[in-house]
Design a protein around this ligand. Sequence first.
Ligand code: ADP
Ligand code: MG
Ligand code: MG
Length: 189
Amino acid sequence: MDACARDVDREAKTLTELDAAIGDADHGDNMRRGFQAVTVALAEESPATPGAVLTLAGRTLISSVGGAAGPLYGTLLRRAGKELGDAPSTDLPGLRAALAAGVDGVARLGGAAAGDKTMLDALLPAVDALEGGLQAAATAARQGAVDTLPLLARKGRASYLGERSVGHQDPGAASSALLVAALVEAVGD
Ligand code: ADP
Ligand code: MG
Ligand code: MG
């Protein structure tokens, strides 16, 4: 979560620029506000297990971010935390199960599918690729985000633009790629 907060802070301007093209120019600010709140909450409560960390982080994102991304990422982290349970640590299969549960939560909450030009277009390939290792997941998420460029948005604010959403990378897919890369960097290889 520290690595996520750091990278979100560093890339906030880029995320907001992407959202300026096909949304309302607040994605970087939403993400920065959310992860700053996560940093504070984790410092205050010092949860003892990976599952408890993710559950608190998810709850904090839901309560601190007004935009669509807050509840969606919040749900992802809460579901992932629930999947990890109270285990003191996890391994690659455990991490994959947690991420898969979280991403399933995003799909259920937002009703989006692959190809709808949302964060799922980075997250779903990352879950699939995680079987091949952490670096493969980070690469798949980055590629998935880039591949949203030619897509027509079918969910969220960008869908109001119809054809005009084509030719821009989805901001949520870009932030998902960033978060997966931070996760991979933090947990090592
Ligand atoms: P808002 O659109 O409310 O301003 P943000 O700008 O923070 O919220 O987040 C926008 C991103 O949220 C989009 O780029 C997209 O990836 C993601 N998103 C929006 N709606 C959905 C949905 N129904 N399912 C999955 N992701 C979504
Ligand atoms: Mg926005
Ligand atoms: Mg907004």
